[in-house]
Design a protein around this ligand. Structure first.
Ligand SMILES: Cc1ncc(COP(=O)(O)O)c(C=O)c1O
Length: 408
């Protein structure tokens, strides 16, 4: 009989993968489903990047690399970060990982333990809380406010900080809301964290996907450089449409980079060699494909926000970055889970319950607009029709999952 360690019960799921599997099961029964659940660009990796990866393989990049990454890529990451984050970054601060997720995993593992607290946004990417729980530390929720464009209130953050706080997690532009932190908010958070000596894990994976205003990093502010107490998490999955390559990185104080490298040695040994060479081309080669992708997302954002606001009982603030819309669906009379099930079964549109990102996500859905304009249009039409039918149409419990039934 297998005796699992207690901590395994603390690991959570990522609802995007769960819903994807349920949608695939419906497709296997012949249903047509439009996928607005999964958070990955629908574009292919730029051809020059693919070619660099293939070339690297042909040239013998088939061996282990140093655990923290090849020096060429670490240097390029440090140079780009020095330029864009407005403080000097040393390549020794950079650890390259298979995707950005391991940075989350390793940094939380390195800092959190029972008796310590980690403050994280609510709603947020579910892996943050899953990892905090896994370490036995306590996850402290910092609610995001729709009326503030899904930013949090810095005064509220102040009340959550105490002597047990070992990490604050930020994510701007944000998954799942598309919200962004204003420079003024970042300045206030930076002052608080510098004064209280609280490290920040700043998830900046959507830094290039900004449609309103300009991206800013907390690491630009006094006392918060990556040599002091900001850990930048970033990667190639979103900006360069490289989700399947698995390539990300962290930039952090050298003393922590050494510990994270130790975790790399104990887990992956290193990130795939050819993937790293492809990443170097992505960073240093032509950027036109990124610009084209961002322009496409910007047009889709207009389409989806206008379409959602036209649905009865639904309202949606403009997401400023990433590729997610986070509409308020309270006016439909359904809770988030019921509403997501309803759209999957009655409209053939897969999207995620806001509540799967944290308690403050109740009353919202997350829709990814990393899909074609034609599919987004069709999804909105089908959602409108399903909501229009709701009065005349009783949805059977079998169809509706565990929801209480629908009323407007
Ligand atoms: C906020 C956030 N951070 C990190 C990641 C992980 O990215 P990667 O594919 O590089 O592991 C995601 C992916 O969805 C994300 O939304």
């Amino acid at each position: 009989m297998l005796r699992l360690a207690d901590r395994m019960s603390q690991l959570g799921q990522e609802s995007a993968f769960e819903v994807l599997m349920r949608a695939r099961a419906l497709e296997a029964q012949g249903r047509h489903v439009i996928h607005l659940e999964i958070g990955e660009p629908d574009f292919d990796t730029p051809a020059n990047v693919v070619e660099a990866g293939c070339r690297a393989l042909r040239n013998g990049a088939t061996h282990y690399t140093p655990p923290a990454g090849i020096s060429e890529l670490r240097r390029a990451i440090a140079e780009q970060a020095s330029r864009t984050r407005k403080h000097a970054v040393d390549p020794a601060q950079v650890v390259v990982t298979p995707g950005a997720k391991p940075i989350m995993f390793f940094v939380i593992l390195a800092l959190a333990q029972p008796g310590r607290e980690v403050i994280l946004p609510d709603p947020a990417f579910p892996i943050f809380e899953s990892m905090v729980n896994f370490t036995g530390a306590t996850a402290v929720h910092l609610p995001l406010r729709e009326e503030r464009g899904f930013a949090f209130d810095v005064d509220e953050l102040r009340t959550l900080v105490n002597d047990r706080t070992v990490l604050l997690i930020l994510n701007s532009p944000q998954n799942p809301t598309g919200g962004m932190l204003e420079r003024s908010d970042l300045a206030a958070v930076a002052a608080l964290c510098a004064e209280r000596d609280i490290p920040v894990l700043s998830d900046e994976i959507y830094d290039h996907l900004v449609y309103d205003g300009e991206f800013a990093s907390i690491s630009e502010f006094a006392g918060m450089s990556t040599a002091e107490r900001t850990i930048i998490l970033n990667g190639f999955s979103k900006t360069y449409a490289m989700t399947g390559w698995r390539l990300g990185y962290g930039i952090m104080p050298v003393s922590l980079a050494e510990q994270v490298t130790l975790l790399m040695i104990n887990s992956n040994s290193c990130t795939a060699a050819a993937t790293q060479w492809a990443g170097l081309e992505a960073l240093t080669g032509p950027q036109e494909s990124v610009e084209a992708m961002v322009a496409a997302f910007a047009a889709r954002r207009e389409l989806i926000v206008a379409g959602l606001n036209a649905l009865p009982g639904v309202s949606c603030v403009y997401p400023r970055g990433a590729f997610y819309a986070f509409p308020n669906i309270r006016g439909t009379g359904m809770d988030s889970r019921t509403c997501a099930d309803f759209f999957l079964h009655e409209a053939g549109v897969a999207c995620l319950s806001g509540a799967s990102f944290g308690p403050s996500g109740e009353g919202y859905l997350r829709l990814s607009y990393a899909n074609s304009e034609a599919n987004i249009r069709e999804a909105l039409e089908r959602m409108g029709a399903a909501l229009g039918n709701i009065g005349s149409h009783r949805v059977s419990e079998g169809n509706a999952g565990s929801g209480p039934g629908y009323s407007l």
